[in-house]
Design a protein around this ligand. Structure first.
Ligand code: NI
Length: 272
């Protein structure tokens, strides 16, 4: 079984720039392109299946691009118009509608190969839905915090600590600008909404970010009093901080926590 992911970037026009879109010269950036103060979206389309033994193709990516532009853009524009009159909840039903319309826009049998959609609403916020779980949406939101830490194991000698942790064992500590991504699984409610993004933002800020931001993890954060604050342990501690409050206060399941210690190092914990 193969999994093929294709990203399609497009814009919904600023209403002052109505009319046929200009020629397609730069679909890398977006097509239809940005005109005026329009809205930019990025859609991830993931399909699963087997490659044709002759062409080596499982699905022709130009079919994905065309299906997205024919089926998704009008659907998203209509959902956007509806949202203006329904108090602007986080859209759940539109994600399901996008999936169904996109599947219909693909020529069979590849329509049934559609596996997952991810809609980036911003570079740091996205909604995902999968054919195996059409009643729920995964909401991915990113945060940041700055903190100092020292990697040190008291059971080891100073020499052993320096050998294992190198510069990260510096006695006075050192700092990182951490990036945090939280993924929650939220049921689509009767109104077609999922958990409000602002509620997730507030809870994660209060239950995790404020407890870590501008702190020395080893000294200020009780969870690290006897636990080495590696990026692995930070991801697990944040998962523990968020799991119960998200369930109890917002009724959503914490699916995943990822922590970037640098742009090159990220650790993900799913509670498994
Ligand atoms: Ni470090």
């Amino acid at each position: 079984m193969l999994e093929l992911a294709r990203t399609v970037r497009f814009c919904l026009d600023d209403p002052r720039h109505a009319g046929a879109p200009p020629p397609r010269h730069n679909a890398f950036s977006a097509w239809p392109p940005m005109r005026g103060l329009g809205r930019y979206y990025q859609l991830l389309v993931v399909c699963r299946g087997e490659a044709d033994p002759l062409t080596g193709y499982f699905i022709n990516i130009t079919h994905i691009d065309e299906a997205v532009r024919q089926a998704v853009i009008p659907s998203l524009a209509a959902a956007l118009a509806d949202a203006a009159s329904d108090a602007g909840g986080t859209p759940g039903t539109p994600m399901g509608q996008l999936m169904r319309r996109l599947a219909r826009a693909f020529p069979e049998p590849i329509g049934s190969a559609l596996w997952r959609l991810g809609l980036d609403l911003s570079p740091h916020l996205s909604l995902h839905i999968g054919t195996a779980d059409m009643d729920h949406v995964l909401l991915r939101q990113q945060f940041e915090f700055s903190a100092a830490h020292r990697l040190h194991v008291p059971q080891y000698s100073d020499e052993e600590n320096r050998r294992i942790f190198g510069k990260c064992n510096n006695p006075a500590g050192h700092g990182h600008n951490y990036r945090l991504e939280v993924v929650v699984r939220s049921k689509i409610d009767a109104k077609g909404h999922v958990v409000p993004v602002e509620a997730v933002d507030a809870l994660v800020d209060q239950a995790a970010v404020q407890k870590l931001d501008h702190k020395h993890l080893n000294i200020d954060v009780p969870q690290f009093a006897k636990l080495n604050p590696s990026v692995e342990n930070i991801a697990k501690v944040i998962h523990d901080m968020l799991c119960a409050p998200l369930k109890e206060k917002l009724g959503v399941e914490l699916a995943e926590v990822s922590v970037w210690e640098t742009a090159k190092t990220v650790c993900t914990y799913r509670g498994e």
